[in-house]
Design a protein around this ligand. Structure first.
Ligand code: UD1
Ligand code: MG
Length: 404
């Protein structure tokens, strides 16, 4: 069993390496075609705001899908189990994973071309995750959550939350897709953060496979999906890092988020997955007042480029305090009190100016104006540090809370 899994993984790595090389060749050769099709955006953090081909995630997405299509037969060909009984449930899991990811690539591309509204961005990932949830229901249907030791006297050791667990998994897909998309706007950030999350998932799966033989199959399956994702995204990152020659587009953010949700759900480690999203969770919580329009939210919240210094500065939003609703007033007052926003108020007309509420702008408020490349590095370092924190929570700390 273990042997056939190692062979499958080796073949998967070989296919991924080929996918990486082909994607690396393909991206530059398709640049002009994308620009000719009007699929481009202006790099807003550069002096001359050059035209950069957008939605390149669709290229890596297609290569990722092709790699997975080629791989589908592999885990089933050498499987000794199929002599007695073919593992239909595993095949269905793999195919439903592909279906959800494929749907998300289509929807992401539609977003890049048509600029969808926010309500669609929330609805579409929910719908795309339905095939996956159906397979989870048929194959596994475990909706119990293990409770931490300190509440076990009152609530028992576990609790079955039934349909709520499915709602949680649907929301996980929505969160993962959008969380990456709103921590964006500087070269290399979308692809960089996704690569670090993917690498964390790979390390976690490998640790679990060596420690726990009962769940080895689930983690192998999640590796089968995440390794080709990592390979194709790495090729994209090479062209998206500063100075960007291509933009990843919403296609890539959606494809990444759905891939992470798929491996987390099918690998049964959705809570650990969320630990790898700590910067995205912080950015989301910080963004809430603007996402829900309690505070004015401009079309772009990315930092502002200063052409004189060639550095990025926090971008701003402005409002009259008295115009905000109760939630807006509460949020900005708390943010101001705990000093996580820059606040200036004009005495004359009472206009308040604050930075836009994103983690990127927050780092600029703390560290002062930065060069774009350095800012991306800071954010990626934060992502890596948070992964380390995630592993500490998942292993040493979880032992105290859950007696693993
Ligand atoms: C999300 C953010 C928005 C941010 C944008 C940047 C929210 C609610 N929305 O919007 O604040 O400004 O992502 O991607 O938080 N771009 C660059 N340099 C880069 C990457 C992107 O200049 O390194 C610009 C380009 O003009 C590109 C555009 O951003 O065309 C892409 O924006 P898009 O992905 O359409 O924005 P949203 O995802 O809607
Ligand atoms: Mg985007």
């Amino acid at each position: 069993m273990q042997n056939f899994m190692s062979v499958s993984l080796l073949i998967n790595c070989a296919i991924s390496a080929c996918a990486f090389l082909i994607t690396k060749q393909l991206i530059p050769s398709l640049r002009d075609m994308f620009i000719a099709a009007n699929l481009f955006g202006n790099d807003l953090c550069k002096r001359n705001k050059p035209k950069i081909p957008e939605a390149m995630g669709v290229v890596t997405g297609c290569m990722f899908l092709i790699a997975l299509f080629l791989f589908i037969p592999v885990p089933f060909v050498f499987n000794e189990k199929q002599v007695n009984e073919f593992p239909h449930n595993q095949l269905i899991e793999l195919i439903s994973a592909l279906l959800s990811i494929c749907c998300m690539i289509l929807l992401g591309f539609a977003d890049d071309v048509l600029n969808l509204r926010w309500r669609h961005k929330l609805l579409l990932p929910t719908i795309a995750s339905l095939p996956l949830l159906m397979v989870y229901y048929v194959n596994f249907n475990r909706t119990t959550i293990i409770l931490p030791i300190f509440v076990r006297n009152v609530l028992g050791s576990s609790i079955d939350i039934g349909i709520l667990y499915y709602i949680y998994m649907g929301m996980l897909a929505v969160f993962c897709t959008n969380a990456i998309n709103i921590l964006a706007g500087i070269n290399g950030l979308e692809a960089g953060q996704s690569l670090i999350i993917a690498a964390s998932i790979i390390v976690f799966n490998m640790i679990e496979m060596t420690h726990d033989s009962n769940t080895r199959m689930e983690h192998a399956f999640s590796l089968y999906i995440i390794v080709p994702y990592f390979a194709t995204s790495l090729a994209l990152f090479m062209f998206n890092k500063y100075p960007a020659r291509v933009f990843v587009g919403d296609t890539f953010c959606y494809l990444s988020g759905m891939t992470f949700a798929v491996v987390g759900i099918l690998g049964h480690f959705s809570k650990t997955l969320l630990l790898f999203f700590i910067p995205q969770i912080i950015n989301f919580l910080y963004s809430i007042p603007q996402l829900f329009h309690f505070v004015p939210c401009p079309r772009h919240r990315m930092p502002k480029y200063n052409a004189t210094t060639d550095r990025l500065e926090p971008s701003k939003t402005q409002f009259h305090y008295k115009d905000l609703n109760i939630f807006g007033r509460l949020c900005v007052s708390i943010f101001r009190l705990i000093r996580i926003i820059e606040w200036s108020e004009s005495d004359k007309d009472g206009v308040v100016i604050t930075n836009n509420f994103t983690l990127i702008n927050f780092l600029l408020v703390v560290f002062g104006p930065q060069h774009e490349q350095r800012l991306t590095h800071y954010l990626l370092v934060v992502q890596v540090l948070c992964t380390l924190v995630a592993f500490v929570i998942r292993y040493p700390l979880a032992k105290y809370f859950y007696e693993y």
